[in-house]
Design a protein around this ligand. Structure first.
Ligand code: HEC
Length: 110
C-alpha cells in the first residue's frame, strides 16, 4: 500500500516536472520563433471575434496601438493576454496585421 502511494507520488512529480518543462519550452519557442499573426488570430482572437462574441475587428482599420493595448488590458468579456501567452514581438505583428487586415465576409459580430 505504502509502495503504491509512493509510486503515485513519484508519478505525479514526474508529470508536474514534465508540465513545467513543457511550459518553459513553449515560451522559449514563441520567443525564438514567433507565431504568425494569421495563426494567432485564427487560434486566439477569432475564437470570439467574428464568431458572435465581441465586435468584428477585421476590416475596420483600428489603430495598431489600440489593438495592442486592448490585448494586454482586456475589457468586459475580453480577457487580457500576458506576454507569456502572446509575446511582445507577436503582439506587435498581430496588431499591425489586424489594423490593415481586410474584412472576412464569413465573420459575424456580437
Ligand atoms: C473570450 C472572447 C475574446 C477573445 C478570445 C478576444 N476578444 Fe477581443 N473582445 C472581446 C469582447 C467581448 C470585446 C468587447 C469588449 C467591450 O467593449 O466590453 C472585445 C473587444 C476587442 C477590441 C476593441 C474593439 C472595438 O470595437 O473597440 C479589440 C481591438 C480586440 N478585442 C482585439 C482582440 C485581439 C487582437 C484578440 C486576440 C489576441 C482578442 N481580442 C481576443 C472578446 C474577446
Amino acid at each position: 500500500m505504502i509502495q503504491a502511494k509512493a509510486l503515485a507520488a513519484v508519478a505525479l512529480g514526474v508529470a508536474g516536472a514534465a508540465g513545467l518543462a513543457g511550459t518553459a519550452l513553449a515560451q522559449a519557442t514563441y520567443e525564438t520563433s514567433p507565431r504568425a499573426p494569421e495563426y494567432l488570430y485564427a487560434r486566439t482572437c477569432g475564437y470570439c471575434h467574428g464568431h458572435n462574441v465581441g465586435p468584428v475587428i477585421r476590416g475596420r482599420n483600428l489603430p495598431a496601438p489600440v489593438i495592442a493595448a486592448m490585448v494586454r488590458s482586456g475589457q468586459g468579456a475580453m480577457p487580457a493576454f500576458k506576454p507569456t501567452e502572446i509575446t511582445d514581438t507577436e503582439l506587435q505583428a498581430l496588431a499591425q496585421w489586424l489594423s490593415t487586415a481586410p474584412a472576412d465576409p464569413r465573420e459575424r459580430g456580437q
